[in-house]
Write a protein that binds this ligand. Sequence first.
Ligand code: PEP
Ligand code: MG
Length: 573
Amino acid sequence: MKKFTGVPVSKGIAIGKAFLFLDADFPEISRFHIESGQIDEEWARFLAAVDEAKEDVKSLRGLQKSVVDEGDDILNAHLLMLEDVEFHERIKKRLERNLQNIESAVWDVGHEFYQKLTTSPAPYLRERAMDITDITRQILNILLDIKKRSLAGLTEDVIVVTRELPPSEAVAMNKRHVKALVMDAGSQTSHTAILAKAFEIPAVFGLSTITKEAAQGDTLIVDGDTGAVIIKPTAKKIEKYHGIIAKASEKKDEQNALRDLPAETMDGRRVILNANIEFPEEVEQALRYGAEGIGLYRSEFLFLNAGHAEEEEQFRAYAYVLKAMEGKPVTVRTVDVGGDKILPNFRTVEEKNPLLGLRAIRFSLAHPELFKVQLRAILRASVFGVVKIMFPMISGLAELEAALSMLEDAKKECRKKGQAFSSHIEVGSMIEIPAAAVIADILAEKSEFFSLGTNDLVQYSLAIDRNNEQVGYLSQPFHPAVIRLIKRTIDEAHSAGIKAAMCGELAGDPKSTTVLLGLGLDEFSMSASQIPLVKQIVRKANVEKCRALAKKILVCKTVKDVEMMMKEEGGQS
Ligand code: PEP
Ligand code: MG
């Protein structure tokens, strides 16, 4: 039994078998000499691996046939390469002459072929370089018994163990069979973490070496509450965790009983608890947990699979959410692509620093036609409920004004076409760039609400990439600088007579609830499953005590001081 601790990013406990998903990586191989008596055995392993790889390609070809022809060409090329006589002969020669183990021989020949193809003057041959890399990896994965399957095709319950899963893969995986997700990389606020929460899949990230420690099929315990991951647990440990699972389910029942009660402190301060969603279907879950509205609909997820979404498709999605919420407000955030959420059709320039690049509102303003399509779709859907529009990553007044002017253009276009839309739609700014918090007074003049995006606010104010586990320890929402930026935003909102909301992960962190109440936050938006727990804390809190706590926290000099203060005083708030 071995225990590791990472960053707990999605609650819940799972016990199951490890599924190593290392597709994109080239497997690490060992290099050693074999005896001449082992040549035949190693060669037979190679031939068997080639046969298995061919079968895999054929079944993929079957799956793909109806979808794209181009994919078929690639798969046919893979089949030919797997049978290539020269490829086979060179590997055999290395086995016989150098007495290399088969994995290292395959690796070396694959590399030789790659070098030759990639430097070829013929474009066709250069293109084949990627294919030889693919088939070499495929053979090595089989030889090393690293299962290479798509997560979309999972047919049995597993715990996915991977280095880093991009959001697009997380969206595509067969959620029914993913019982937990553990990653070497990632942090609390990486988008894959947010998706894991939305799917209610327990997850622990930032484990650094878990892909090296766990083997295919190992039994794992994943504790998404504490961040513990246990490989090959003892029977006693498993029994202990079954007990914890049973207790957690009792606690959940207790919290769910609060579903229809208001989020009101003991001394009568009423706040709003909303849900964040990424997909329209999540509204059912949001309502089940008692959300009073959708505080953040990350609309970009509509685009991520196909790279685009037509106006009608968007209109249907927004209308669906609005109708399902039956008059409860729905805040649609206009697309926030770029950063780690890349639209395949719009990767025009390779960005060195995508998180500082053409992301969010910058992307929308750079693609006015796409932006207006989205705005028109939201406007048209507005007749089905109460919609609010929110612009992500506003950094200054000019940007906000440009976005508002696009909205006016979209309204004109709708009017021209005789398309109805609601007469008043609130429009707000996300405050997630430190500059925006600093000039919150200026932005408040043109915003009807603020929503604090603390995931990015922390990333940009502390200069830490939210997906990079190496600096994950610095991702501290309780850093005095972040707390001051939050306070400033809330105060400026109130001075301008508008509401201050928060939709970053901090809003759903039960440790922060009393402090945020004390700072005067009006609306909290979070993963739906967090709502009952946060509501429980709000209902036990006293807002005067929360204010006193916030006051003390605002003079703390370090994160440690803040955390200690919250521990000491938090319980009494
Ligand atoms: C945030 O940055 O806090 C936020 C809510 O937006 P996202 O996580 O989608 O960047
Ligand atoms: Mg953000």
